[in-house]
Design a protein around this ligand. Structure first.
Ligand SMILES: C[S@@+](CC[C@H](N)C(=O)[O-])C[C@H]1O[C@@H](n2cnc3c(N)ncnc32)[C@H](O)[C@@H]1O
Length: 303
């Protein structure tokens, strides 16, 4: 079986998980994800036995509750998803809107899973009142209950009994990291994943993030950060200051679905920054990179 992925989520690192895992050192105690989203990297790391324990945090509380249900209560959430999914037959569009109202009143986890499986680009969007207001993608019904159950149980098997979850601001999580751990940071890109309602999303302040990274470097913490990138020659995101002493690598993330739809050939490259402590743990050199990576990757002249 391949790596399971029950939660469709815009910005998920599922497609480049192998390349990110290739820069994981051995002997990781906790893999800490302060911006876990769908937990794609922790799930892949558990699947490939790259860490003993996992810490999943995200500011989106309903999302963390959904992950908690998937990990600790797989039968209940699978049954609920199946009930919801089956009830949509013949009234798909109206049913989506009813379920969206239900989610906005109750924050029910199975409703959120159904909405993510059915909404446009699997992307969470909230209005100024904090209500989920993303529209349905009427071309699809969402993952079948059979496949969803299979993925949910597989994730539960990988993470149950080894995973802590929380819903805090990322800065609170970074205060408690130890040297055996590895932190994988995947903050929202500037201009993406941001929302007016801070119950679910905070825009990440660039200067604040830089200060947090500076402290992690000073404390010799091993971290991997996904931040900026480029599509063809067009860069997105702001480059981090060289004074942090991070190593940047670029991962070939292929052509985006959007680019393919538009008939464009542009490849997306995602930047990943590695902390000095992580580099020492890896004894990183070009051979390590070219030997171990599945996707083409380039060491940039950033440092
Ligand atoms: C790019 S997504 C992470 C995607 C994830 N790596 C995956 O594979 O699904 C960024 C996440 O950061 C979360 N987030 C935004 N601001 C945050 C904050 N201040 N503290 C913690 N999480 C935050 C968002 O809710 C979102 O899920």
């Amino acid at each position: 079986m391949s790596v399971p992925h029950p939660i469709p989520y815009q910005g998920s690192k599922r497609n480049i998980a192998d390349s990110i895992l290739a820069v994981f050192p051995s002997g990781i105690n906790y893999l800490v994800e302060p911006f876990s989203g769908s937990a794609a990297i922790s799930i892949a790391a558990a699947y490939h036995k790259k860490a003993e324990y996992f810490y999943l945090n995200d500011i989106n509380k309903p999302l963390i509750r959904l992950l908690e249900q998937i990990i600790n209560n797989p039968r209940k959430i699978s049954d609920e998803y199946e009930d919801i999914w089956n009830s949509q037959k013949g009234i798909e569009k109206d049913f989506y809107l009813t379920t969206r109202n239900r989610f906005n009143e109750t924050e029910n986890s199975a409703c959120l899973l159904y909405l993510l499986a059915r909404c446009v680009k699997a992307s969470v969007r909230y209005n100024s009142k904090g209500e989920f207001n993303q529209s349905p993608d009427n071309r699809r019904l969402g993952k079948s209950p059979y496949n969803m159950r299979r993925d949910i149980f597989a994730v539960s098997k990988l993470l149950k009994g080894k995973t802590q979850l929380s819903c805090k601001d990322y800065k609170d999580i970074l205060k408690h990291i130890s040297k055996d751990d590895v932190v994988y940071l995947d903050p929202p890109y500037q201009g993406v994943c941001q929302n007016r309602d801070s119950r679910y999303y905070n825009g990440i302040d660039f200067n604040e993030l830089v200060l947090e990274l500076k402290d992690l470097v000073y404390d010799n913490i091993s971290f991997i950060l996904s931040y900026d990138g480029r599509r063809g020659n067009k860069s997105y995101g702001r480059e981090l200051p060289k004074s942090l002493g991070l190593r940047r690598i670029e991962i070939n993330a292929g052509r985006s679905t959007q680019a393919t739809l538009l008939g464009m050939n542009d490849i997306t490259y995602e930047s990943v920054y590695l902390s000095p402590a992580l580099i020492s743990r890896l004894q990183l050199n070009s051979n390590h990179l070219t030997d171990k990576l599945f996707n083409p990757i380039t060491l940039s002249n950033y440092q």
